[in-house]
Design a protein around this ligand. Structure first.
Ligand code: ATP
Length: 593
């Protein structure tokens, strides 16, 4: 049966799948899902009943292998079918799928396309013509680039979840984690967990990684990522957005906690009401209560008028408490009371006020270990989202980089001309400052390239990019332990004394982290309050309130509202700058914060 364009129609395909693998190889009804499929040309819709996650894979896999018909699986958001975790059960051991993601391709639209490899032992042959890489809802396409050999690189998954790479019989340069490969290399399950970067012919970069979530269209445009970590984070955001639960976002600096908080608010029924964000590290111990809960006239020296607190400002909307771990101790019990009862007492008032603001908090600290108010912490843990680090989602680096280059106003052709060797270095780096650091480094590299320079990554990052382990059997020069920056960045810099840090060290760290306090503090081995002390004493850094309005206007205009660039130009911490701009009613782009 064919449609009017001569493409075999759905019923034929359904029968083909049925008779080949899907129903026959899985007799047991473990979990029943319905795949809704639509033929791209004749638009016929049909539901295919699938019993296990493995069948989903088999279904897509068959299409890729047979290339019979370019069907588009439709995401069934109602019953959540496609969010099912992708695991195979082998002898009682849970094991994820092997995935390949395009990190970089001269056709930049292809970056982020994926191939779902075998769930059990099996081989993938990677060459110019196979396999087909997909984006959810679109047809699969081969890598196709002329720099890639016709002879295949074989990726063999073994029974113990280790992987062997067998270089192709060709002259194509094949790089693995930044080092040339010839012959066969062995990778452990953990090596694959850290993401193995494959460079093909100096033009195309792939990431070999585990996949535990089914690829699906992204409903949150500000939260890019095709990794399972990114998909799982978006899914949690989607689940919690419709509730009024308090949410605690955990994750290292620069991972996207702020973006996630905004996404939750935007997707909630409160989105028409304000989202008020406050960085708890910037509240002073003496005025924190007045900032949060408001004060009546005369409540404290200098309170010449009644003051509305942030809880009142966020009524009906969302109050985002960033850097929750730095909340002054005196206000922690007050926050607990609001969470439990919805009531609070403005400073100096004789009666309680009520708030309907929903609380979202974020921290990069281990609050259990910091003597944080435990009942408050338990309340905030009503719904926890751990935002993954960039090194745990290496397969997203190319996609994020391309997005950032677009944000630097580069055309598609200019992005395609970004040196692949530089992208390879970036994909192999562990990014202790996560997505924010990647964005800052990408911007600075673009400026260098535009000035005719030839940038290398080590010029832009504090910790040099040590070669990553390229698997067992590598030449001595390449057989190094994984980069030191792979360690938890919180452990990376030993605690230092203020006197040990020069003015230049301070400026360098702030610059590298886009003038964000947490990243710079982490790099310098200081607490945030200590970093603030250094900033106050630095001769080249003015308090944000002393920057003339014309200078602010000019910076915003010159950088199209990009707060990180304005902060760098004005030499001012971006948080302080954002607060000051808000007071003046000037606007910076939140996405760039
Ligand atoms: N998934 C994503 N897709 C695109 N950009 C992202 C993503 N996640 C974060 N970013 C960008 O990375 C930068 C840092 O994000 P964000 O401020 O949300 O991090 P954070 O975890 O809140 O950091 P901190 O703990 O230091 O406050 C921002 O410019 C943001 O736009």
């Amino acid at each position: 049966m064919t449609c009017k364009l001569g493409v075999p129609c759905l019923n034929t395909c359904q029968r083909a799948c049925k008779s080949r693998r899907i129903y026959m190889s899985h007799g047991k009804m473990a979990q029943r899902c319905v795949a809704r499929l639509r033929h791209p040309t004749c638009q016929t819709r049909v539901s295919v009943r699938l019993f296990t996650c493995q069948q989903w894979i088999a279904l897509l896999y068959n299409w890729q292998l047979l290339n019979a018909v370019p069907w588009s699986p439709l995401v069934n958001d109602v019953d959540n079918t496609l969010t099912t975790q992708l695991f195979s059960q082998k002898n009682g051991i849970t094991s994820a799928l092997l995935g390949l993601t395009i990190l970089w391709h001269p056709d930049t639209e292809r970056i982020g396309e994926q191939f779902l490899g075998p769930a059990e032992e099996g081989a993938i042959e990677v060459c110019r013509y196979t396999p087909l890489f997909f984006r959810p809802g679109q047809d699969g396409i081969a890598l196709g680039h002329r720099a890639i050999a016709r002879a295949p690189l074989t990726v063999r998954r073994n029974a113990d979840d280790s992987v062997d790479l067998v270089a192709p019989d060709s002259r194509m340069a094949l790089e693995v984690n930044g080092a040339l490969l010839a012959g066969t290399r062995h990778f452990t399950r953990d090596d694959i967990g850290a993401g193995v970067v494959l460079g093909l012919g100096g033009q195309v970069l792939l990431c070999l990684h585990w996949m535990t979530s089914f690829p699906r269209p992204n409903l949150f445009p500000g939260l890019l990522g095709v990794s399972s970590g990114a998909i799982a984070t978006r899914e949690l955001i989607r689940q919690v957005a419709g509730t009024d639960l308090a949410v605690l976002l955990l994750g290292e600096t620069g991972t996207g906690k702020d973006v996630a908080a905004r996404a939750i608010h935007q997707a909630s029924k409160r989105s028409a009401n304000p989202l008020v964000a406050v960085n708890m590290a910037t509240l002073s111990e003496s005025l924190a209560a007045a900032d949060l809960f408001g004060a009546v006239k005369g409540a404290y020296t200098g309170a010449q008028a009644p003051r509305q607190g942030l809880f009142a400002e966020a009524d009906g909307g969302t109050l985002f408490l960033d850097e929750l771990g730095d909340t002054p101790a005196s206000v922690q019990p007050m926050l607990l009371r609001v969470l439990e009862t919805g009531c609070y007492r403005p400073l100096g008032a004789s009666a309680d006020a009520r708030t309907t603001a929903r609380l979202i908090a974020a921290t990069d600290q281990d609050l259990d270990a910091r003597g944080f108010n435990q009942p408050l912490l338990r309340r905030m843990e009503a719904f926890v989202i751990r935002v993954p680090t960039l090194r745990e989602r290496r397969e997203d680096i190319g996609l994020l980089l391309a997005h950032m280059l677009k944000g630097c106003d580069l055309s598609a052709a200019e992005i395609a001309a970004f040196p692949p060797a530089l992208v390879s270095e970036m994909c192999n780096y562990d990014w202790p400052g996560n997505i924010r650091q990647l964005a800052n480094v990408a911007r600075r590299m673009v400026m260098a390239l535009q000035a005719g320079e030839r940038p290398v990554l080590s010029q832009y990052v504090h910790a040099p990019a040590a070669p990553r382990s390229a698997g067992a059997g590598y030449a001595m020069s390449a057989e190094q332990p994984r980069s030191a920056s792979l360690k938890n960045p919180a452990d990376a810099a030993p605690r230092r004394k203020l006197a040990e840090i020069s003015n230049d060290d301070l400026l360098g760290a702030l610059e590298e982290h886009g003038w964000q306090i947490s990243g710079a503090a982490q790099q310098l081995g200081l607490s945030r309050p200590s970093l603030y002390k250094l900033i106050e004493a630095h001769p080249a850094i003015r308090p944000a309130a002393l920057i003339p309005r014309e200078e602010l206007d000019a910076a915003l205009r010159a950088h199209g509202g990009d707060l990180a660039l304005c902060a760098s130009r004005l030499k001012n911490p971006s948080e302080a700058l954002r607060r000051h701009l808000r007071v003046l009613g000037l606007d910076a782009s939140p996405a760039q914060v």
